[in-house]
Unconditional design. Structure first.
Length: 222
């Protein structure tokens, strides 16, 4: 009766040396070159109604969520981290690392939804009401001897269309000369009007003296 020999795996000296070398290299990389850990950065985290806002320093998304739960004293088992400004869900490390420092987050409990802040919403409404038309006046001088200078009128509609117009005023001497000329012309018109009015009144008075109104004669009885 022949006895059977169980199959076994035998390693050659070269294969054994290769296995030991690979394991040693892997252990060396883990000890000398540990996995890169992102540096901690500052962030701001609030609850849903923004009644509590805390500052948290974290390097990873999981670290931020854990510290936010502890800082805000949230007991819910399921939470969601979203951006405060628009409610974007932050659920992966790559997107979290792309965010800037001091980014504001909301930590929502199970069943809660993101809502826009009231002050920010009213500010948006005010910004929508303002900005239909804007008029800017700019007074400047091209020459120091100018009396008034130039006036630039700039009108902007809906922050898209812009119309600009320059009004150039005359110098002080020229403006004064024009003013005196206009004043003399007005005085001449007034003088002619008074002259014609006086002549008409004199003519009307002479005609009245030549043809006076006759008074009725009264007869007395003896």
């Amino acid at each position: 009766m022949s006895g059977g020999q169980e199959p076994g795996v035998t390693l050659s000296p070269r294969g054994l040396l290769r296995t030991v070398t690979s394991a040693g290299s892997s252990l060396t990389r883990r000890v000398l070159f540990p996995p890169f850990s992102p540096p901690p950065r500052p962030f701001r985290v609030s609850n849903r109604d923004r009644s509590s806002r805390k500052g948290v320093v974290a390097g990873t998304l999981k670290e931020l969520i854990d510290k936010a739960i502890e800082t805000l004293v949230i007991t819910a088992g399921l939470v969601t981290l979203v951006l405060d400004e628009d409610g974007t869900v932050v659920d992966n490390e790559e997107f979290f690392q792309s965010l800037e420092d001091n980014t504001c987050f909301l930590l929502l409990e199970d069943g809660q939804k993101w809502t826009q802040e009231r002050n920010r919403l009213s500010a948006v409404h005010r910004q929508e009401k303002i900005g239909i038309a804007k008029i800017t006046l700019n007074l400047y001088k091209l020459n120091p001897k100018d009396f008034i200078g130039c006036l630039n009128v700039k009108a902007t509609f809906y922050d898209i269309y812009t119309v600009s117009y320059d009004i150039k005023f005359m110098g002080a001497r020229h403006a004064l000369r024009k003013f005196l000329w206009v004043l003399a012309y007005v005085a001449q018109l007034v003088g002619q009007f008074l002259l014609y009015s006086g002549s008409f009144i004199l003519q009307w008075t002479d005609e009245y003296e030549k043809n006076p109104f006759s008074k009725p004669q009264t007869t007395s009885s003896n």
